[in-house]
Design a protein around this ligand. Structure first.
Ligand SMILES: Nc1ncnc2c1ncn2[C@@H]1O[C@H](COP(=O)(O)OP(=O)(O)OP(=O)(O)O)[C@@H](O)[C@H]1O
Ligand SMILES: [Mg+2]
Length: 411
C-alpha cells in the first residue's frame, strides 16, 4: 500500500484549484483539522537540545489516522520556517540504511552547492534554502555524485552532514515513515548512528518516525537499543466530533458549496473520528451534489456514507485483516458476531466465542488494540474501533469472501 503513496510537502499555493477533499493516503487536505497542538508539541521537542530525549520522536496511529500528513506538515515547518535540511525516508523503501545514506549523499551535495564544500564554507547563520531531500529522487539527476554503493559509511557521512549543518546554524531532521516495516537489525544500526552523532558528537541531528502502533510490541520493545526504547512516543488520536464537523463543512464552504445541518450530522457520525473516512465521505458528498454552488443534502450524505464504507473496507479493513495472525482473526471474528447485539462485549465472552483459552486473552486484546481494529470498551470489555467494521466483517464471513482459520499454530 505504502509503495504507491507519494510523499510530498504540502504546498498551499495552488489551493484555489485543489479539490476540497483528498481521499488518498499521504495527501495533505486543504483543511487539516485537530492537529495544531500535536504539530506544535512535536516541533517544540525537535527545536530543543538534539542530545535530549526530545531529539528523537515517533508518531503512532492505526492506518488512515494521518501520520504521513503530520510528517509532511512537520517536515514542511522544519524546512520552510526553520531552514532545516530534511531527509525523508520510508521504512518500506528497501534497505533503510542504504536509502538514508542516499538521502544523506544527496543532501551533502545540495549543501555544498549552497554553501560551498565544508572546507571552504564560511557562511554562518544563513537559512539553507535547499529543498527537502527525498530518498526517492534519482541520483543520476544530481551531477557530481559517483557513488555506487550505499550504507557502509552512513555514520560518517550523516555525522559530517550534521556537523556542516551545525556550523551554519541549522540542523538536520531525519524522518522515517512506515517505521514498523524496518527490520530490527537495521533499526538498531540506524539508532546507534543517530545516538552517536547527536549525543556523543553533539551535532544538530534530530529524528521523527511514524509507525503503526504494533511497533510498541516489536521494535520499541527491543531491550538492546536505547534509541528505540527512548523514542518519545506521540499518539495520533481520532478526531473529535467538532473537529470532524469543521473538517467536513469548512472545505465545502471555501470551495463555494453549501451543506445542510442534517447532512453534516449524518456524515460526521459515520466518520467516527477517522480522518481517511472524513476525506472519503466529504469527497463523495461533494461529487454527489455537483460541486460549487450546490447544496449537499442528507440524501447526498447517506449515499456518500454507503460508498465511503465500501472504500474503507477495501483500503483499510481488508489489508489490516490480512495482516493479522490466525488467532487474532478468530478473536476479531468472534467480537464482530457479539458486537451485533451489544456494543462492548466482555473479553471473556469473545474468548469463549472464538474457542480460545482465556489465559491468552490479554495478549489478543493487546494485539488487536494495536492493529486499530478494536478499542477499549470499559472494564474487561472491547468494542470495534469503527461502526463499519462489524457489518463488513459479518457480511464478508457469511459470504465467504473472508475466512477465519480454524487452527493457529503460529503464535
Ligand atoms: N487532521 C486531518 N484532517 C483531515 N483529514 C486528514 C487529517 N489527517 C489526515 N487526513 C486525511 O486522511 C487520509 C489518511 O492520511 P495519512 O495517509 O496521513 O494516514 P496514515 O496514518 O499515514 O495512514 P497509513 O498508516 O495507511 O499510511 C488522507 O486522505 C488525508 O488527507
Ligand atoms: Mg502513512
Amino acid at each position: 500500500m505504502a509503495e504507491d503513496r507519494p510523499r510530498y510537502f504540502s504546498d498551499q499555493s495552488d489551493i484555489g484549484e485543489a479539490p476540497p477533499f483528498t481521499p488518498g493516503f499521504g495527501s495533505t487536505p486543504p483543511c487539516l483539522v485537530g492537529r495544531d497542538e500535536l504539530i506544535r508539541k512535536v516541533c517544540k521537542m525537535l527545536d530543543g537540545d538534539p542530545a535530549s530525549e526530545g531529539g528523537t520522536n515517533i508518531l503512532l496511529a492505526p492506518r488512515g489516522m494521518g501520520k504521513t500528513v503530520l510528517l509532511n506538515e512537520i517536515e514542511g515547518a522544519a524546512q520552510k520556517e526553520r531552514g532545516w535540511l530534511v531527509l525523508a525516508v520510508a521504512g518500506t523503501d528497501g534497505d533503510p540504511i542504504a536509502e538514508t545514506h542516499k538521502a544523506v549523499v544527496q543532501a551533502r551535495h545540495a549543501m555544498a552547492q549552497t554553501h560551498g564544500t565544508p572546507a571552504r564554507r564560511q557562511v554562518s547563520g544563513v537559512s539553507l534554502g535547499v529543498g527537502a531531500v527525498s530518498a526517492g529522487v534519482s541520483f543520476e539527476q544530481a551531477p557530481g555524485l559517483r557513488r555506487t554503493s550505499y550504507g557502509d559509511d552512513l555514520r560518517r557521512d550523516l555525522g559530517e552532514l550534521a556537523s556542516s549543518a551545525t556550523r551554519v546554524g541549522t540542523r538536520v531532521l531525519l524522518t522515517m515513515d512506515e517505521m514498523h516495516a524496518v527490520p530490527l537489525a537495521k533499526a538498531r544500526q540506524l539508532g546507534s548512528y543517530i545516538q552517536h552523532i547527536a549525543k556523543r558528537e553533539r551535532q544538530a541531528l534530530v529524528f521523527l518516525g511514524a509507525a503503526l502502533p504494533y511497533i510498541t510490541a516489536t521494535l520499541l520493545a527491543d531491550r538492546k537499543s536505547t534509541f528505540l526504547q527512548r523514542l518519545a512516543v506521540h499518539k495520533v488520536d481520532p478526531l473529535s466530533n467538532s473537529e470532524v464537523r469543521r473538517g467536513l463543512r469548512e472545505p465545502i464552504l471555501t470551495h463555494g458549496g453549501l451543506i445542510d445541518d442534517d447532512a453534516v450530522d449524518t456524515a460526521s457520525s459515520a466518520v467516527a473520528g477517522h480522518p481517511y473516512m472524513l476525506q472519503l465521505v466529504g469527497d463523495k458528498m461533494w461529487r454527489a451534489a455537483g460541486g460549487p454552488g450546490k447544496t449537499i443534502t442528507v440524501n447526498h450524505a447517506k449515499r456518500a456514507v454507503a460508498e465511503a464504507d465500501e472504500s474503507l473496507q477495501d483500503h483499510l479493513f481488508a489489508p489490516t485483516w490480512h495482516g493479522l495472525s490466525d488467532t487474532d482473526k478468530q478473536f476479531l471474528a468472534a467480537l464482530a458476531v457479539l458486537a451485533e447485539s451489544q456494543e462492548s462485549p466482555r473479553v471473556a465472552a469473545v474468548c469463549e466465542g472464538a474457542a480460545i483459552g482465556k489465559s491468552s486473552a490479554s495478549a489478543y486484546r493487546r494485539r488487536l488494540l494495536l492493529s486499530g481494529m478494536v478499542s477499549p470498551g470499559g472494564r474487561g470489555r472491547l468494542k470495534l474501533a469503527h461502526p463499519a467494521i462489524g457489518p463488513w466483517l459479518r457480511r464478508s464471513l457469511t459470504s465467504g469472501s473472508l475466512r477465519v482459520p480454524q487452527r493457529d499454530n503460529t503464535r
